[in-house]
Design a protein around this ligand. Structure first.
Ligand SMILES: [Zn+2]
Length: 256
């Protein structure tokens, strides 16, 4: 039997002023937009997030006029999650699960390209993402994610494949139902932090975005991830860390 594999997929980039994503920082930041493919030894697959919507080939304003005031995108057709999957020899139509860290536009934009998957999302995130006020402000856009897939709404931790190898770890605060994903690779456990931690220095400084659902909850979630690193030996893979991203193996063999 082959090993559990984790394959990082690059689904475009966003750039913005650092202070718009982390309070108090200066300058600009380039943010990789990842989707993460998990291939279970049985052949079942899960995607953790789906990247940017393919409309963003024409810029952020092509789909999100308000977000375009804050973010610029670098995205071409090769950055579609479906194309990235094909490049690592996985048929987008065959993907079994989409696990959402949360439902912001840079985490669920490619969902229409993965039509046969079951979505796994925290119930509180799904509910929050349908609130009219948040849709009006472009915090969420149900046209990105509410597309008729089977949706498994969970409330708390969840064992994705039923064998403890891949676990949803609730890390609320950035949004109401944000979750991270623990993947117990042969080389050791990794945790995909999602937007609970954008990049490494944010965790060291316990820095917060200028926005968010609940900052106290987010700090508690950040401490939980730090404990998973320091006490459980988990390697953290951050949500938008350009330096870490550049060092990851993005071939079909992935991280084992
Ligand atoms: Zn987010």
């Amino acid at each position: 039997m082959t090993s559990l594999r984790l394959v990082p997929l690059e689904c475009g980039w966003l750039s913005t002023s650092a202070s718009s994503v982390v309070a108090g920082l200066e300058g600009n930041v380039e943010l990789p937009i990842p989707s993460w493919l998990v291939i279970h030894p049985t052949g079942q697959t899960a995607l953790f997030d789906t990247g940017l919507h393919h409309d963003l080939v024409d810029g952020v304003g092509a789909r999100y006029p308000l977000m375009a005031r804050q973010f610029a995108s670098r995205f071409d057709s090769d950055d579609r999650v479906s194309t990235r999957l094909e490049k690592v020899d996985v048929d987008p139509l065959s993907v079994d699960n989409i696990i959402f860290s949360h439902l912001h536009f840079d985490h669920c934009g490619g969902t229409s390209l993965i039509p046969n998957a079951r979505i796994v999302v925290q119930q509180s995130e799904w509910d929050s993402a349908h609130l009219p006020k948040l849709i009006e402000y472009e915090v969420y856009n149900p046209a990105d994610f509410d597309l008729g897939h089977d949706v498994l709404k969970i409330d708390g931790p969840h064992d994705v494949f039923g064998d403890g190898s891949v676990m949803c770890v609730p890390t609320p605060g950035h949004t109401a139902g944000h979750q991270s994903l623990r993947v117990n690779l042969e080389s050791g456990p990794v945790v995909l932090t999602g937007d609970c931690v954008y990049w490494e220095a944010v965790l060291e400084g316990m820095l917060l975005p200028p926005f968010g659902f609940d900052h106290d909850l987010q700090l508690a979630s950040m401490r939980k991830l730090r404990d998973l690193r320091d006490e459980d030996g988990c390697r953290l893979l951050y949500g938008h860390d350009a330096t870490q991203w550049a060092g990851l193996e993005q071939s079909p063999s992935g991280i084992i």
